[in-house]
Design a binder for this molecule. Structure first.
Ligand code: ATP
Ligand code: MG
Length: 520
């Protein structure tokens, strides 16, 4: 190091001079010598030495220890004591001033050099350590994330201001308390207390993270959604010294997420609503045009209108009115379903009888076009379902089968009731035109029509309504189809849709709550 500035405090003038000359020989700068405590303090503050060599025994009011302690208090200068002998009491007092070394008289130049170099190095290291510690403290204090540290028993040893603000605990009150008391966390959904990450880290000896939907319960009982990580503090390679938990408030992020989701939902609803209105008004215009044209033709032809022509025009008008009626009915159904006012009225019914009657009635209307064969594969077909919705569902599926099949096509409706799985399975199969594969996944979207049916009239609402009816029963619908070969729709409904609905409502309330809280 060399060139360090040193103050020598020694009441024996000869000894002081000898030490000063030894120091000069060693390349140090002697800032002065002092023979009493008072002079030493004055010279230390005037000459700002980097080290003080201090005789423990000094003549006068202040001995070396008292002088050293004042110098240490006022200036950050390391002290090395010079001592001929030291009784226990003196040494104990000397220790309190945190000396950087002792040199026992008589000493050689070499002893002096070693003691000074070690003292200076120690002081420099200490200063660096202190600076690091100060930087760390500033960092922890200014951090927006909350930090709690514990010892290896899980008792709190440190909290930064953010942790105080979030937990409601002051560091002074929290110190020494079990971390589980200060950092009490619960599952947001089940409200059960969760295992404290400190306990987990101490057991597993590795970093742990909180699960989703974790809330901190503050000192005054407030619930704050948080995210966190907890890491072991290690001394050496494998010995755990304690745990540090870093956590942060997620309330704002969660709130923003919920708002964003609500906004997105609303935008999507508005988009669908506009699409719905424009498509519906377009669909109404077609039959209206047919009616208008037919009426105009009747008027134009006046007395010349033959009975046969009148019949044709009236039939056209009748057809247009019917399709408007159907469209109206579909729109009303959709409106009710969108407003979640779909009336769902489950009641006991015999599915075999129900299907048989439905097919009979339907065949009266459609018999000219296709043959519909109903087969029941089960003995016991009693169920609890909504007759109205079931009727709507099967009529729509059968209508499609008829509509997209050639004249005289064969259509099958099959029913299986599975008492073990407690479900009813309906198969509606035709040998019609089929659905191109790319269209199959989008059939249940409003107004979606496959690419091969553009010349056939339709709105693209039938299957949406079918899906609503299936959903109301907590059932499932799927389709398999091959162009030119035919299409098969499979509908699976719980036999007792009422009880399955009750279960679903219970599940729904749980999962809805989870969805509402989801930060991801
Ligand atoms: P509507 O609203 O009058 O019922 P739509 O029949 O076109 O009109 P959906 O019943 O929703 O509408 O059917 C959607 C599309 O699915 C149809 O346009 C058609 O492309 C296809 N599709 C449905 N059923 C069949 C089927 N059995 N065979 C072939 N294609 C079908
Ligand atoms: Mg249809």
């Amino acid at each position: 190091m060399g060139q360090a500035k040193i103050l020598v405090v020694e009441d024996e003038v000869i000894v002081a001079r000898t030490i000063a000359s030894q120091l000069t020989q060693l390349g140090y700068i002697v800032t002065g010598t002092a023979s009493s405590g008072k002079v030493a303090i004055a010279k230390a503050s005037a000459t700002q030495p980097e080290l003080v060599l201090m005789d423990i025994i000094l003549k006068g009011e202040m001995d070396g220890i008292a002088t050293a302690s004042q110098i240490r208090e006022q200036l950050d200068v390391p002290i090395i004591y010079l001592t001929a002998y030291g009784d226990d009491h003196t040494l104990e007092r000397a220790k309190l001033t945190q000396p950087f070394g002792y040199i026992v008289k008589p000493f050689t130049t070499k002893d002096l050099r070693i003691a000074i170099e070690i003292g200076l190095l120690k002081h420099q290291l200490e200063r660096e350590l202190r600076e690091n510690r100060d930087q760390l403290a500033t960092l922890l204090n200014s951090m927006s994330d909350a930090v709690i540290a514990t010892n290896e028993q899980g008792a709190v040893t440190f909290m930064n201001p953010a942790a105080e603000a979030l937990t409601g605990w002051q560091q002074k009150d929290a110190l020494g308390n079990e971390a589980t008391k200060i950092f009490h966390i619960v599952d947001e959904v089940t409200e059960t207390t969760l295992e404290n990450p400190v306990t987990k880290v101490l057991r597993e000896q590795q970093v742990v993270y909180l699960g989703e939907f974790t809330s901190l319960i503050t000192k005054n009982g407030k619930r704050i959604p948080i995210g966190d990580s907890a890491s072991p503090l290690k001394r050496g390679s494998d010995q755990i010294n304690g745990v540090v938990v870093v956590f942060w408030d997620l309330s704002e992020r969660r709130q923003t997420k919920l708002l964003e989701q609500a906004l997105e939902k609303e935008q999507e609803l508005n988009r669908l609503k506009s699409l719905f209105i424009s498509t519906v008004s377009h669909e109404f215009r077609n039959p209206l045009t047919v009616i208008q044209t037919a009426v105009e033709l009747i008027e134009m032809q006046g007395a010349n209108l033959t009975d046969a022509k009148r019949g044709v025009y009236l039939k056209r008008i009748q057809g247009a009115v019917q399709s408007m009626e159907k469209l109206m009915e579909e729109v009303l159904f959709m409106g009710r379903a969108e407003a979640e006012k779909l009336i769902y009225n489950p009641a006991g019914l015999n599915l075999e009888n129900f299907c048989r009657e439905l097919v009979e009635d339907f065949s009266i209307v459609e018999s000219r076009v296709c043959e519909i064969v109903f087969t029941c594969h089960s003995e016991n077909t009693s169920a609890v379902m909504d007759e109205g919705l079931l009727h709507y569902m099967l009529i729509n599926l059968l209508s499609n089968a008829v509509k997209y099949s050639p004249r005289g096509g064969n259509i099958q409706l099959d029913l299986i009731c599975d008492p073990i799985e407690k479900v009813a399975i309906f198969y509606i199969q035709d040998q019609g035109m089929g659905i191109p594969e790319p269209d199959q996944t989008r059939l249940f979207e409003s107004f979606y029509r496959a690419s091969n049916v553009q010349s056939i009239q339709g709105t693209g609402l039938g299957l949406v309504i079918v899906k609503r009816c299936v959903d109301a029963h907590r059932g499932k619908i799927s389709v398999t189809s091959q162009v030119g070969v035919g299409t098969k729709f499979t509908v699976i409904l719980p036999l007792n849709s009422e009880s399955s609905l009750i279960e679903a409502i219970k599940e729904g309330t749980e999962s809805n709550r989870k969805e509402d809280l989801d930060p991801t």
